[in-house]
Structure formats: C-alpha cells, structure tokens
Design a binder for this molecule. Structure first.
Ligand code: ATP
Length: 454
C-alpha cells in the first residue's frame, strides 16, 4: 500500500473520513467527515479563527451566503475568467486539461497561455493522449467551473444562480456594511470560512482537490502604500501557524507566481506549497488583489467603496491582501504530517497519529482496567476530566488494544484506572508519543494534563 492509501484506509477504519454516499457505491471524489474527522476539522478551523481573528485587534469575522446575486460573479470576473481550457481526444473521447497536459509532458508552466498558444504547443511537442496514445486533439475550449443551479420553481435563465466558487466575494460585497456598522479603521481585515464549490476537471488525490470543499479566507484592507509590508507580515504569520500545526519546514516552500501566471486581479501572488506524497502542490495562496474587487463592485453596483481616513481625510479605495487556504487541504497535510507506522523494535509495529494536542479529536482517554471498576471511581474521574478536555471513555477489550486504537486516532494521553487506584487515589498516565507510563495522583491530574497538553 502506498503512503496515501494507508492514510485513506486509516481515515475510514477510524472514523475520520468516509467515501461519500458509500452504501450506494459512492460518488466520485466526494468525502464525508466521520466523528473524529469532523472534530479534527473543527479544531483546525477554531485555531485559525482564534489565531487570525479573535486574538487580533485588526480582524473581524463574517458569514455570508453561498448563494449570491449573479451580478457578484459578473463583477468579480468569475463569469468571464473562471474557466479551464479543455480539449477532447477525438480517438478515445477522453477530455483533458490542455495546460496540465503540457506541464506534465514538457515540465514547462503553461499557465496564462491562450487557447491558441496551448493548441500550438500541443501540436509542436506532439503531445499524445495519456489514455490511448494517439494525438488527435480538438482545439481547447473554456469550461466554466462554477456550479449553476436555479432559484425558485422556474428553470429559466432569469432564475439562474451559482454556488460560490470562493468565500472571498462575500467579504467584498459586505465591505461597505462592515465600514458603516463597526469601528473598523484601515488597516483591518475580515475572515470568513465555509463551503465553496468548483466543477474541477481533475479532482483527486483524496481530499486534496474536491468539487465541494471548505475555505478559510481573509481579505486584509490596507492603504496602497502599506501593501508590501502587510503582505510580508501575512507570509510570516502563516509560517508560524503552519509550524504550530506540526507542518515540517522542510516540506513547505514559497513559490512566487510569474507574470504570465498571475490571476487577472493580482499584481503579486505567492503560494505556500507542500510536498505531498504525489509531489509539490499548493496549500494556500497570498495574493495582492490591489483595488480590483472593490472597484469592480463599485462599478457594477454603483455603491461607493471609498474609505475616508478620519485623521488625514484622504479618500481612497483600499487595496487588499488575501491570504486564502483550504480547510480540507490543511486537514490532509495535518494527517500526512502526523501519520507514522512505527517500528517498535520487537518485530511489531504500531500506527500512530502524532497530532498536536490542540488539534487531537480526543485529548484524553480513560480506561477502567476492568469493567467492574466503572462504578468504583473510573466513570466519575472521566466525568471530571470531560469538563476540561475532549475526553473519551473505553471499557472494552484488552488494555493494549485500547492503547492502539487511541494511538490511531491521535489521543495524546490514556489514563488507566486500576484496582490500586481506589486505595492510592492515583492512576497510570500513558503518553502516546513515548509510550511511557507514569503514576499520577488524581488530585494532580488536571494540572498535569493541562501542562502536558499545552
Ligand atoms: P489550485 O491551483 O490547487 O486549483 P487555486 O489557486 O485555484 O488552487 P485558490 O482559488 O487560490 O486556489 O483558493 C484558495 C485555496 O483554496 C487553495 O490554496 C486551496 O487550499 C483551496 N482550494 C482551492 N480549490 C480547491 C479544491 N478544489 N479542493 C480543495 N481545496 C481547494
């Protein structure tokens, strides 16, 4: 089994992530988050929210709708530009992304090339169909990536509506509301998380690229003269945050977009890339969007988006720095980093998730050595711990098996309540990473765990 398959298997076996619509044979590239997966996802989200919104004086949150007036997507450029160049193999009828095929076959970047240029490159390099080996291509055509649906009972063009392909636009269209209803002063930022939908041509690699996914996006509004400084600050803040999630520095790199590659709205963009088992790929992007979005919404809605500085009286349209990342993609990286198939040196091995304590779905598991200890103090202890930590109680099977199960879901500490515990009011605390065991007085346990989990 390759590394990614091991992660996928663990996720299903231990209730992190299941294939979507599993009992009906699934639906390609959809995934459901099980009890531990949803908790892990929530813990990453909460940590992002606390770090970048709650703990900062210059940030606030927002929760805008998935469904928005289609004019939003006209103004943002998504209706015109949010498409991929697709072409069909005339021989086997498979459909491929022209730019990806060129990049794979030649190793050269094809971002920013027109459809004509893509076609020329494919002919010149004699690039063959990866499915049938022939080179009989149709010309590339743009394929709109937004999911279209209908609002109300009539399926006509007047009721056409889109599922949002990013959360960012909800922030821009509320910029004026936020300015008018809060004490916000430039520079300030707005963070939003939630589902986004893209009809991706090449979804795959487990939850790396899916058509329904979750994003964590920030729009940081600044004076045009301050953009570069704030841009660099955001890069540093995210480096620190990724480190706190257990991401190794050696697996993370910054990749600046070339001029040809930059999105239509951006004058400077850097991606944090991660070394996935299938190669380097994007984890997040930080983009300098200039005043593109606010200006476009001002033009399309006729609502003024200028900000007037209360001290200097200068009126201007703020520029925006956008640190945008996928929550589900971050979760994949957290799992990849935490996973270990550990050789125990005696011919046996164990699977363990070395999750940071702040992210572990369960922080403390409580085991009575035998079921008859349930009512002799074990359950009571569990009740006490549950009000301080994410805790779980397990009284079935051999202790060794219970440890292994908790190792696989990444629980940092297991506590065994045995027959001596009744007398000496102490329990055995076993550490996930070192597997060492220590006897700790029940009265010291909360302080001990607080210290160890921080
Ligand atoms: P990619 O190049 O991987 O398609 P992108 O540059 O189109 O990503 P952005 O529009 O910058 O992505 O979105 C911000 C972040 O949202 C990405 O860095 C990624 O973490 C996440 N993301 C984007 N598309 C998907 C997807 N289809 N599935 C999961 N996460 C995604």
């Amino acid at each position: 089994m390759n590394f990614m398959d091991e992660i996928v298997a663990l996720c299903k076996r231990r209730g992190f992530i299941y294939p979507g619509s599993d009992i009906y044979g699934g639906l390609a590239n959809t995934w459901d988050y099980g009890p531990y997966g949803v908790q892990l996802k929530k813990n990453i989200l909460d940590d992002w929210w606390k770090t970048f919104i709650e703990d900062r004086d210059d940030m606030m949150g927002l929760d805008s709708g998935i469904l928005m007036n289609p004019k939003v997507w006209e103004a943002s450029g998504h209706l015109g530009n949010f498409s991929d160049p697709l072409m069909d193999c005339k021989s086997c009828k498979n459909r491929v992304r022209a730019d990806h095929l060129i990049e794979k076959s030649t190793g050269k970047l094809a971002d920013g090339m027109s459809n004509e240029e893509l076609f020329e490159a494919i002919i010149k390099e004699n690039i063959k169909c990866p499915y049938c080996g022939k080179s009989e291509w149709t010309k590339p055509r743009d394929f709109q990536m937004m999911f279209k649906t209908y609002q109300g009972v009539l399926e006509d063009t007047a009721s056409e509506i889109y599922l949002r392909p990013e959360t960012a636009q909800g922030i821009f269209v509320n910029f004026k509301n936020i300015l008018d209803s809060t004490r916000a002063r430039i520079p300030f930022g707005v963070g939003q998380y939630g589902k986004s939908f893209r009809n991706e041509i090449t979804p795959g690699n487990f939850i790396f690229r899916t058509r329904e996914f979750e994003q964590l996006e920030i729009e940081y509004f600044v004076h045009p003269d301050e953009v570069d400084e704030k841009f660099d600050e955001w890069i540093e803040s995210f480096k620190i945050w990724f480190h706190s999630l257990g991401v190794s520095a050696s697996k993370l790199r910054l990749r600046w977009h070339s001029k040809e590659e930059l999105s239509h709205y951006s004058s400077k963009t850097v991606d944090f890339e991660y070394e996935y088992p299938f190669g380097w790929g994007e984890l997040m992007g930080i983009a300098h969007r200039g005043d593109y979005d606010l200006s476009r919404h001002m033009q399309f809605s006729s609502v003024k988006m200028q900000y007037k500085d209360p001290v200097t009286n200068e009126a201007y349209i703020p520029h925006t720095v956008e640190p945008a990342l996928g929550l589900t993609r971050t979760l994949l990286i957290v799992l990849l980093e935490a996973y270990e198939q550990e050789d125990l040196g005696d011919g046996s091995s164990r699977t363990v998730l070395h999750l940071p304590a702040k992210l572990a779905p369960i922080q403390v598991a409580v085991f009575p050595l035998q079921k008859k200890l349930n009512d002799k103090g074990a359950k009571e202890l569990y009740g006490q711990l549950k009000s301080h930590f994410r805790a779980e109680y397990d009284d079935s099977g051999a202790i060794g098996k219970r440890y292994r199960r908790q190792d696989e879901i990444g629980t940092p500490f297991c506590i065994t309540f045995d027959f001596d515990s009744i007398e000496d009011e102490s329990v055995t605390v076993r550490c996930r990473d070192t597997m060492e065991q220590e006897r700790v007085k029940v009265e010291d346990l909360i302080a001990y765990l607080n210290k160890s989990l921080s």
